[in-house]
Ligand binder design. Structure first.
Ligand code: TYM
Length: 323
């Protein structure tokens, strides 16, 4: 049976140092969706990164696109755009800032987290308006599916809500997008499994890590002192990683866990080997891609997808009476 091609859009911020949470939560499912012949567009969202990271943006954007390609996204099939090169994103975002009430933005969990520790008056406007630019990214391409990690779910729901409200008020212009979570939508920190793995987490496994670095980090992963009935967060996280990187070993470790015969050192050793084996070809490919190639990918991707962005924006303007 032939399934209908769907429009897929997703993005990542070029804030440096991708980790396996980013890879498992987003990029890996980008590759899967592309390989199922969907119409995908992926973005390096540098204007989103600008809200928190103002250094090395250009270099980080290039390196991020290298990781996306090295992981299996084929820019011939799926355009990889640099957000700032398609001004329709910021133009549509401005329209949304004029339509959306502040209350919707104040309730965003990520905004609450990111403004923590910053004096009230010093919080940047861009941090608050961030989800509106994200909604513009998604809605500009008439997106049906948005593959992301759990932490972005609320933003996608907001984008869907913005589309619904706009369509009701001005006539149907936007497709209503749906979130798609991966098998590992929330990879937790190895050191503190109550928190998600993040770019600031020094024990997070970076895509660039060597076999020794991976080993050192996995060996330090928090487990629990004695296997009990209630599985700890740390163990759950290690099992979730085994399920993806070494699925053939999962049933056996689960059985050992149940029988209370499991040795975490064995699980950690196998996981270290499996992650290293998975990342090795990606790292090899990453090192072969030049910055020049990426600039060409950005240029060609923009050319390919710009007509769709222009079409949507002109429909939006027409609907609201902007001449
Ligand atoms: P960003 O750059 O913070 O993260 C990129 C992707 O990685 C996922 N992720 C994780 N998944 C599982 N476990 C983790 N520990 C983990 N940490 C991060 C994120 O959920 C995300 O999918 N706002 C977005 C970027 C963006 C975007 C968009 C995404 C801008 N416009 C439009 C989709 C559609 C962000 O900050 O992602």
């Amino acid at each position: 049976m032939e399934t209908k091609k769907q429009r897929v859009f997703s993005g990542i911020r070029p804030t440096g140092g991708l980790h396996i949470g980013n890879y498992l939560g987003s990029i890996k499912q980008w590759v899967d969706l592309q390989d199922q012949s969907n119409d995908c567009v992926f973005a390096v969202v540098d204007y989103h990164a600008l809200t928190t990271h103002q250094e090395n943006l250009g270099k980080n954007s290039i390196n991020l696109a290298k990781w996306v390609i090295a992981s299996g996204v084929d820019p011939q099939k799926s355009p990889i755009i640099l957000q700032s090169q398609i001004s329709e994103h910021t133009e549509l975002a401005w329209i949304f800032t004029c339509l959306e009430p502040l209350g919707e933005l104040y309730r965003m969990t990520q905004f609450k987290e990111k403004k923590t520790g910053i004096k009230e008056g010093a919080v940047k406007t861009g941090l608050l308006a961030y989800p509106l630019l994200m909604a513009a990214d998604i809605l500009l391409y008439q997106t049906e599916i948005v593959p992301v990690g759990e932490d972005q779910k609320q933003h996608i729901e907001l984008a869907r809500n913005i589309a619904q409200k706009f369509n009701r008020k001005f006539g149907k212009v936007f497709t209503e997008p749906k979130v798609r979570l991966s098998e590992a939508p929330k990879v937790m920190s190895l050191k503190n499994p109550k928190k998600k793995m993040s770019k600031t987490d020094t024990n997070g496994i970076a895509l660039l890590d060597s076999a020794e670095q991976i080993k050192a980090k996995i060996m330090l992963a928090v487990t629990d002192s004695a296997p009990g009935n209630e599985m700890s967060q740390g163990i759950k996280n290690l099992f979730a990683l085994i399920k993806i990187f070494a699925p053939e070993l999962l049933a056996n470790f689960e059985k050992e866990y149940e029988n209370k015969t499991i040795k975490y050192i064995d699980l950690k050793t196998e996981l270290t080997l499996a992650i290293g084996k998975h990342l090795q070809p990606i790292q090899a490919k990453y090192s072969q891609i030049s910055a020049g190639e990426i600039l060409n990918v950005f240029r060609a991707s923009r050319e390919k997808i710009l007509p769709l962005a222009q079409k949507t924006l002109s429909e939006v303007k027409k609907a609201i009476g902007i001449l």
